[in-house]
Design a protein around this ligand. Sequence first.
Ligand code: XMP
Ligand code: MG
Length: 179
Amino acid sequence: MPTVNIRDKVFEPYLTAAAIQEQVHRIAAAINHDYAGKRPLFISILNGSFIFAADLFKAVTIDAEICFIKLASYKGTKSTGQVITAIGLDTDIHQRHVIILEDIVDTGKTLHEFLPQLHHQQPASLELAVLLHKPSATQFPIGIKYLGFSIPDKFVLGYGLDFDGLGRNIPEIYRLKEE
Ligand code: XMP
Ligand code: MG
């Protein structure tokens, strides 16, 4: 895996496709075990989680449903980040066993703002399945039930994650190279 250049940035290989698939399948196996007979509803948060969601969902062997929402974290000139719902939830989650699928938890702000909206609809249960977590960057702690990798606070791309719109189609995960 050679380095990847996008604009003026250089990214170096970090997590192999095989390592990612191993974690995705481990999470799916845990969900298959924990939710047998419960028909969970996965909610995949676009855009970043679409590849993680697809691979995970293919490895889920119990009865399960999936739907999609799109959240955009808007950061204005002031550092009060705002989370905007670009595509909302069209599925009734009342009394459902809900599993949120997210590519990465960084500051935690996106999920910290969004989860109360879901709790308000009184799901039977609500858990998070997250591929990547940057614990040292997290300012809004949220409980992640199913986690792929804990990673340092460095920008990553690939496997659905982008830099300036590019890199989502790379099957591995790369991280920003130190200058
Ligand atoms: P937080 O947890 O800070 O995350 O609300 C907000 C969103 O920011 C994106 N994000 C990243 N995207 N590489 C990316 O390509 C990264 O290292 C990274 N860190 C955060 C991601 O969309 C997340 O949902
Ligand atoms: Mg995201």
